[in-house]
Design a protein around this ligand. Structure first.
Ligand code: HEM
Length: 495
């Protein structure tokens, strides 16, 4: 039978769809690593059920996999592709293995190289931003006063001087505190106070991560096309251009100022420019790179710490006393922040009580043999079970928030191995090894300054009937974004 000419386009369209589906199913299954899958289900051709199970029950999938396979590697299917989970007994091996690479994994998972996502590209392809964080951003005394001024500004404006209890905008205010303090060192005081810059950097971070989720709802071969038409990706492309323009204007403004002032700027714009010398650099993308690395991570850690303090009101007084003593003795300096050891312990314990299910995510750059001789093929994504963070064999009463847990360990052992910025396989929130988070010292400074000012200036509490619940998103939990917190300005303050 001859097909009517008018049906030909439809025929070709159907063939194209069938080939795409075949290609998708084929590539998805071909990509499975040679380890048993714990979330494979009958007739789940598009993996909708596998993804749903991952999004809602990742931690159970990890513990089930470990139990079922007696600690041997197994696979969890995620929207980013299959991840091979290794037992925590292998964390030292992963940490030290040069064939297992963190930046390569991030480039795959976070679509580095896509237009508008250039922030991720500069963060995990070049080494300029990571080198800058390691050298200039860590433990730099000169940041403290400028960061403090910006924190004061945000608190005065958002929480105010009202001495009666009033509600705050939890997500917005906590983000704003971290974002203003960080920006004062990233782009300097002028741009940090610019509402357009603040809105652009925060919006970019949220839009970028949301766009990634939306793009991944499509079959992998269609991601580049989905990205082209995704409205949030389009906004990222626009914001990337705008960031570059704003940085260029800032550089021009500084140049015009030079005749009036001899004061050098002490921020990442200057440091990155100096390090690049004559080589061209994308300062706009680098600034958004710092934003995606620093803003959400640190403001989440701040929120989780404030939430735990709200739930354990008995620690407010000791924390305040510690801050007052440290500031009275050392002023607002690094020495004062180092003295805030109870606060350090509270921050670390807050991280422990909202842990990710896995850590040390890596990509195998080439075939690599595990200590028992089993091969992890090149290209495989791996992650290490993080359950030591809540194991009763490591921590007494692991389900309980113990504000002094790490302080007591520090005092008992006399070792800084239990400080907020220290990492170990029992506390892998900042990772370990070559790619251990280089921004953790900066995060510590940012968080301690925010918490110290909040404690000295405000009383704060959870609204009486509010019960907070964290949100699970696969391996990573998110602090309840709807927490209802009330504050009132304190009378007495030595600040
Ligand atoms: C409490 C806040 C933060 C948390 C929980 C956090 C967590 C992490 C984790 C888990 C890694 C991967 C480490 C590994 O797998 O071994 C990482 C890497 C990284 N972090 Fe952070 N981070 C935080 C704050 C920051 C800040 C403030 C910055 C920048 C100023 C930053 C910059 C980076 C960079 C550039 C990397 C990639 C390092 C590399 O690939 O070599 N982070 N972070």
């Amino acid at each position: 039978m001859v097909m009517a000419e008018s049906h030909l386009p439809l025929f070709f369209a159907l063939v194209a769809v069938a080939l795409s589906v075949f290609y998708y199913v084929f590539t998805q299954y071909r990509r499975l690593p040679p380890f048993p899958v714990v979330n494979a289900y009958r007739n789940d051709f598009n993996r909708a059920k596998a993804h749903h199970e991952y999004q809602t029950r990742a931690r159970e999938l990890v513990s089930t996999g470990l139990a079922q396979h007696h600690g041997r590697p197994f696979t969890i299917i995620t929207p980013n592709g299959p991840k091979v989970i290794l037992s925590s007994a292998l964390s030292d091996w992963v940490k030290n293995n040069k064939d297992l690479d963190h930046p390569a994994l991030v480039r795959d998972d976070f679509l580095a190289g896509y237009s508008g996502f250039n922030a991720q590209t500069v963060l995990h392809e070049g080494s300029q931003v990571v080198n800058l964080i390691k050298s200039k951003l860590s433990k730099n005394e000169t940041h403290i006063s400028v960061m403090n001024t910006h924190i004061t500004g945000v608190l005065d404006q958002s929480w105010g001087a009202d001495q009666s209890w009033h509600s705050i905008d939890w997500q917005k205010d906590t983000t704003s505190l971290i974002s203003h303090a960080a920006a004062s060192v990233f782009v300097g005081p002028h741009l940090a106070k610019n509402p357009e810059w603040q809105s652009l950097t925060n919006k970019y971070v949220m839009n970028y991560f949301t766009a990634l989720g939306q793009i991944r709802e499509w079959p992998a071969p269609l991601w580049p096309v989905a990205h082209l038409f995704n409205p949030l990706s389009r906004t990222c492309r626009h914001d990337m251009k705008r960031a570059r323009i704003m940085i260029t204007e800032e550089l021009r403004r500084r140049k015009s100022e030079e005749t009036h002032s001899t004061l050098p700027y002490n921020d990442t714009i200057e440091w990155l420019s100096a390090a690049a010398g004559e080589k061209p650099i994308d300062l706009g993308a680098m600034q958004l790179a710092l934003a995606i690395a620093a803003l959400f991570t640190t403001s989440e850690a701040l929120r989780q710490t404030i939430l735990e303090i709200c739930k354990h009101t008995d620690i407010v007084s000791p924390l305040r006393n510690e801050v007052e003593e440290a500031i009275a003795q050392h002023g607002w300096t690094t020495a004062a922040l180092i003295k805030m050891r109870l606060m350090d312990s509270v921050m670390k314990e807050a991280q422990r009580t909202l842990p990710a299910s896995v850590g040390l995510e890596r990509k195998a750059l080439r075939d690599t043999m595990m200590p028992d001789g089993v091969k992890i093929p090149a290209g495989t994504h791996i992650a290490v079970d993080a359950s030591l963070m809540w194991s009763p064999e490591v921590y007494a009463s692991p389900e309980t928030f113990d504000a002094r847990r790490y302080l007591d360990l520090r005092e008992k052992t006399g070792s800084p191995a239990h400080a907020f910025t220290a990492t170990s396989k029992e506390h892998i929130t900042f990772g370990q090894g070559r790619s251990v988070c280089p921004g953790r010292f900066f995060a510590e400074t940012d968080m301690k300054l925010c918490l110290a000012q909040i404690l000295l200036k405000y009383d704060f509490r959870l609204e009486e009937t509010y019960k907070s619940t964290s949100i699970v998103m696969g391996f990573y939990p998110v602090v309840d974004p709807f927490v209802k917190v009330e504050v009132r300005r304190r009378n007495a303050s030595r600040i």
